[in-house]
Design a protein around this ligand. Structure first.
Ligand SMILES: CC(C)(COP(=O)(O)OP(=O)(O)OC[C@H]1O[C@@H](n2cnc3c(N)ncnc32)[C@H](O)[C@@H]1OP(=O)(O)O)[C@@H](O)C(=O)NCCC(=O)NCCS
Length: 392
């Protein structure tokens, strides 16, 4: 009632700028209502019940468990009726993450970042400024949300816009580089496994993540040194919990779609100290009926020691890794393999392995966007390791 003519309806929620509206956290009984609204958009590969179960499960996995995830709701400050039921004007969630950043003196510090996801307005309430109000309130709220005191402040928040670059930029999240390499799937027979390459399972990840984190901090320090501390070089931690969040989400999806979970979560080539590896996850938006919605996403690519590894060794190793990724994509009904924002070095490897690929600059979907909470106005931010692992 009244949704087309909100001003004339006594039941219609107030204008989006009204002080009667607030950004708060939904109650446990409001959560399923929020997810039921977004199921057609984000859960078509699952039944409604499985989607509700997945969202509940995603509050129990690494990174988001124990309050790591916060659900947000834009609603009325006071319940409009004695039953206490509040309208769900807009909703989203944020996940607390470890982040690194460089200071003007060139040191690398650790802080808190928030990844924002699932921004949604009930179709009945769209176009009335509720998502805008939620985002402008949320951007400010997250500045101090779950901070770790003076030593571990909240330094930035990120999101991945599926509605282009304009909407979130208007509310303070600047769009960053959003490109990817895409390969088609290819059967294992067409992608023979090279010598010296091994697949990565759950139990290999902890060591790889620890090495990755050390190398990433060194890289940040190097970048700060290069520009004399001019820019803030920032990155989300490519830590074990961050990768497990993706893999356990993948487990839920594959269990429901295929009745089993994959073993191969990436591949690594070369001797310890001179390795190249990639970790990946399968994403299913289309399920088995619409495989165009399914992608095998490379979460993170690491070259352990560029300087001391012969180029042929890197090329051979990377080629074998891409071969395994393509074969996994084929087996697990993915439409393509995507690798986000490769570094110059990895882009060079992509060229040299001789496997046909497509390079895509995205301008509408998954636009990596960042709001910086640094103290100085106008600080220039360089988002390092802007790869899929940071997505949520
Ligand atoms: C995107 C969404 C959250 C906007 O909610 P809303 O409450 O209608 O937003 P507002 O009224 O505050 O603002 C609407 C603005 O969003 C823009 N917008 C909405 N959908 C858009 C789309 N698909 N592409 C580009 N811009 C879009 C409108 O053009 C408008 O821009 P304006 O501020 O310049 O006028 C809502 O349409 C929605 O829930 N969509 C489905 C889920 C989704 O795609 N979420 C975004 C994930 S990144």
């Amino acid at each position: 009632m009244g949704s087309n003519n909100p001003d004339s309806s006594p039941d219609s929620p107030p204008d989006s700028s009204s002080p009667l509206i607030t950004l708060t956290n939904p109650t446990p009984s409001e959560l399923p209502k929020i997810f039921t609204l977004s199921h057609p958009k984000w859960g078509p590969a699952l039944t409604l019940q499985d989607y509700l179960d997945r969202e509940a499960y995603l509050t129990t996995v690494p990174l988001s468990k124990n309050g790591g995830i916060t659900h947000w709701l834009l609603t009325l400050s006071s319940p409009p009726s004695p039953s206490g039921e509040r309208p769900i004007l807009a909703s989203c969630e944020s996940i607390k993450k470890r982040a690194f950043y460089t200071t003007p003196s060139g040191s690398v510090r650790e802080g808190v970042a928030h990844g924002i996801a699932s921004v949604f307005t009930d179709p009945e309430y769209r176009g009335r400024g509720y998502a805008s109000r939620m985002m402008s309130d949320l951007g400010q709220r997250l500045k101090t949300w779950q901070d770790g005191g003076e030593d571990r402040p909240v330094v930035f928040s990120v999101l991945y816009s599926d509605i282009g670059k304009g909407f979130y930029a208007k509310h303070g999240w600047a769009p960053f580089r959003s490109s990817h390499i895409s390969w088609t799937p290819s059967s294992a027979a067409e992608s023979p496994r090279g010598k010296g390459v091994k697949t990565i399972g759950y139990h290999e990840l902890a060591e790889l993540c620890a090495v990755d984190e050390r190398l990433l901090k060194e890289r940040l320090a190097g970048l700060a040194k290069e520009d004399g501390g001019k820019k803030r070089h920032v990155a989300l931690a490519p830590e074990l919990d961050q990768l497990l969040w993706h893999l356990m989400r993948e487990d839920f999806m594959t269990k429901h779609i295929f009745g089993r979970t994959p073993e191969v979560r990436g591949a690594v080539a070369g001797e310890k100290g001179r390795r190249v590896w990639a970790v990946w996850t399968r994403g299913y938006y289309g399920g088995l009926g619409k495989t165009e919605g399914n992608t095998l996403h490379v979460l993170r690519v690491v070259v352990e020691d560029e300087e001391n590894t012969a180029e042929e060794e890197l090329v051979e190793g990377f080629k074998a890794i891409v071969g395994i990724a393509r074969a996994e994509a084929d087996e697990w009904r993915s439409h393509d393999v995507q690798m986000w924002n490769p570094t110059g070095l990895v882009r060079g490897l992509v060229e040299k392995i001789g496997v046909e690929y497509e390079f895509v600059e995205r301008d509408k979907e998954s636009i990596a966007s960042l709001m910086w909470y640094g103290e100085e106005e106008g600080e220039e931010v360089d988002w390092v390791a802007n790869e899929k692992y940071a997505w949520c």
